[in-house]
Design a protein around this ligand. Structure first.
Ligand code: 3H9
Length: 703
């Protein structure tokens, strides 16, 4: 049980937090702390108190797992604790190492003094959970470091190095070593000053000194209104600071509390808290115990120097890992190397990289035309044409040259990784590593676990993903894995709605208003319509597609592959990526409706959005039933980090939960009854039907 250690150092009580790993301030910790403060206050042999993390870190703040549960407000609350600190008759010093974040920093600000190790980081990251600092932070921080600095800390949510604030009243001292010794010394000196009649310093007694309060707050409001349109927390932070800066601090606390509750009860914070836990849960893989040994990846080979291969290579170069880049022809290889250099040069121009680093990264790149040169690398990722025959050739050659123990990975986005593994004599070493384009930018990495993939190969892939700063989600083998299998259903609905009466612009516009970065047609024009065409042709041949995508196929037969051919679902002017509505496409759709004998009807935006999103959800549910994805939150992460699903909605499964699965199933049944509907498509997946009937949810258990 989380608690605190209490010991004496001379006449100073040392209260050490013991709630590993991050000393979050759950109920047991709060109760332990209040008891320790009461004990110290009552003990005549104690002159002061030091609060310190017992395990290398101060505190990561309130226990987020308690949010939305009765434990969060169960007394003593964080509020009671901070009030108890304000009322302490003896000096209390916060000794900060590791991190003091959120409620952890708020606790420290309620102490009379703060001492930090120079390596410590402090911050108020509540904004990243869709919240504001709700334990006095919006009132105490401006009093300690000024309004402008405090707004920067709270609006960015970033953990910042303690020395940044060494000269402000936030810290009495920032030390390089012996944190406890320094904190005890500060407590002793403060106790001595108290005996001499000095008052204990409290942040609450400071005045906010900011002559241009209104100007600063207005500027901040204007900035966040455009940058964080859908997020209520940044504005609430500014409002709380502005309100409290000119009033007694208790009035500020009350306003902060009101706004905190409002945010906590709202859908955006629920979604962002979901994402916080989803990111951490994704690294837990069934059947892969923590501490599974990993293989050493000192050098990587990438096959294919096209857009995908070069994007993949950049990830490793950025992480300082040497890359051998293989192509079949010199010209393509040279182009690939030039593309990588250009990417870095672009970053230099934007001031994101310096010229020396550019050269250092390029020096890690070794282009080659020979498979033999891949013999020494520890991991090879192929990014060649999406065709089983081509993959077979590549993997047979790799099997011949790769050293024993090397991991052989395919970047396939749809093909059967088990079949690919079968082209080698070492299927345990084969895995899918599905990057998303542009591979050096997109955060998602689908890690595809084949039937025979060895546990240490999987563990290595997960660890490597962290190193190259990707969000890794494990998927089982199926056509399209998690992301593309679901997007196929979404695209099918988008096309179906064109057949029924919607326009390309209307479908894109509706889902973009919902918050997607790009609608399905603009997205397809960007990625290349030929990719889907190629996959559909295979799926027609395999009998996997019930309906022909008549308009989409005709579009490709006309060579309208998207931006790269200057025409796709939209028209494009030379050198201009702005999508212009296309008369050609409108006529094509019209013609297809006539051939099918469809009388077009008007679809409203709500129908368009629900059909697109619930198509994702229904397939997501099937993916869960088949155990292709381990958990609903993994599916959400795939969509948030790889497909532009709006972050503030928490992903498709979380969004469905927020609408209630009963409502979702009802909408699906209504769509099944529409004229011309594919009723099989809209039959709720058994998991959706069960959860709808039981009142369950994907993410809240039951799935
Ligand atoms: C707040 O304080 C509100 C107040 O203003 C007002 C209240 C009234 N609670 O990230 P890691 C878990 S809001 C519960 O993998 P790292 C985390 O889930 C809070 N659990 O490690 C994981 O568990 P598991 C404001 C938490 O070294 C494990 O700890 N504070 C909390 O990469 C390790 O985490 C924040 O937003 C928590 N507060 O990074 C800080 N924090 O192993 C959020 C972590 O079961 N936390 N866990 O998956 C962080 O930024 C990072 O976790 C931290 C460590 C930098 C601390």
């Amino acid at each position: 049980m989380a608690t605190v250690d209490y010991s004496l150092r001379g006449r100073i009580a040392v209260v050490a937090f013991q709630a590993p790993p991050v000393n979050s301030l759950g109920h047991a910790m709060r109760a332990g702390l209040v008891a320790a403060l009461d004990r110290a206050a009552a003990d005549a042999a104690v002159d002061g108190v030091v609060l310190i993390g017992g395990n290398g870190t101060f505190s990561a703040g309130a226990d987020i797992r308690e949010f939305g549960t009765p434990a969060m407000i169960r007394g003593p609350s964080l509020w009671t604790l901070n009030t108890a600190l304000d009322a302490m008759p003896k000096p209390v010093v916060a000794a900060i190492e590791g991190v003091a974040l959120g409620g952890g920093l708020e606790l420290a600000m309620s102490c009379h003094h703060r001492v930090a190790l120079a390596t410590a980081k402090v911050g108020l990251p509540e904004v990243k959970l869709g919240l504001l600092p709700g334990a006095g932070g919006t009132q105490r921080l401006p009093r300690l470091i000024g309004v402008e600095n405090a707004l920067n800390v709270m609006l960015s949510g970033e953990p910042l190095p303690a020395p940044m604030f060494a000269k402000s009243p936030l810290f009495d001292r920032v030390v390089d070593a012996d944190l406890l010794g320094a904190a005890v010394a500060v407590a002793e000196a403060s106790a001595a000053a108290l005996r001499e009649g000095k008052k204990l310093p409290r942040a609450r007694d400071l005045k906010v000194r900011e002559p241009d309060l209104d100007g600063i707050c207005q500027f901040a409001r204007n900035t966040v209104k455009t940058a964080f349109k859908e997020y209520p927390a940044p504005l609430a932070i500014i409002d709380a600071v502005h309100f409290g800066a000119t009033r007694p601090i208790d009035a500020g606390f009350a306003e902060e509390g009101r706004l905190f509750k409002q945010l906590m009860d709202g859908p955006v914070s629920a979604a962002m808290r979901h994402v916080f836990f989803a990111e951490r849960a994704a690294s837990r893989v069934a059947g892969l115990p923590e501490g599974t040994a990993t293989r050493d990846i000192k050098a990587v080979g990438v096959i294919g120097a096209g857009t995908m291969g070069t994007g993949i290579a950049i990830n490793f170069l950025n992480a300082g890992i040497p890359v051998r880049l293989l192509e079949v022809g010199q010209e393509a290889l040279d182009k690939g190397v030039a593309r990588i250099r250009q990417t870095y040069e672009g970053q230099v121009k934007k001031g994101k990289l310096d010229a020396a680093k550019l050269e250092a990264r390029m020096a890690l790149l070794a282009p080659t035309l020979s498979y033999a040169d891949l013999g020494a690398v520890d991991l090879v990722i192929e990014a060649v044409f999406e065709d089983m025959g081509v993959k077979e050739k590549v993997f047979r050659q790799l099997d011949a040259v790769a050293k024993p123990g090397a991991i052989l990975a395919s970047n396939t986005s749809t093909l059967d990784v088990d079949q690919i593994a079968g082209f080698t004599g070492r299927p345990g070493d084969v895995i899918g590593l599905h990057f998303f384009s542009p591979a050096n930018v997109m955060r998602l990495l689908e890690v595809v676990r084949g039937a025979k993939t060895a546990p240490d190969v999987l563990a290595t892939a997960m660890a490597l993903a962290k190193k190259i700063r990707k969000t890794a989600v494990v998927s089982g083998v199926c056509d399209g894995f998690i992301g593309n299998r679901m997007i196929n259903q979404y695209s099918a609905q988008a096309l179906q709605m064109l057949d029924e009466g919607a326009s390309v612009e209307q479908v894109d516009g509706a889902i973009e208003k919902f918050g997607f970065a790009m609608g399905p047609f603009r997205m397809s024009d960007l990625a290349g319509n030929d990719i889907g065409f190629h996959i559909r042709k295979r799926q027609y041949a395999e009998g996997k597609l019930a309906r022909k995508a008549v308009v989409a196929d005709r579009l490709c037969e006309m060579g309208r592959f998207g931006q790269k051919t200057g025409a796709g679902w939209y028209d494009y002017k030379p050198g201009d990526r702005n999508a212009q509505p296309s008369k050609v496409v409108a006529d094509l759709i019209d013609q297809a409706r006539k051939e099918a004998g469809v009388t077009p009807r008007r679809l409203d935006d709500a129908e368009i959005v629900d059909r697109l999103v619930f198509a994702l959800v229904n397939e997501g549910a099937r993916i869960l039933e088949e155990k292709i994805a381990q958990r609903a939150s993994d599916i959400d992460l795939v969509y948030l980090t790889g497909y532009g699903f709006p972050m503030w909605r928490g992903g498709p499964m979380q969004y469905a939960d927020s609408r209630t699965l009963y409502e979702v199933a009802r909408r699906m049944q209504a769509f099944a009854a529409l004229p011309g509907a594919d009723s099989a498509f809209w039959t709720p997946a058994p998991l959706v039907a069960r959860l709808a009937a039981d009142g369950g949810s994907f993410n809240g258990g039951g799935a």
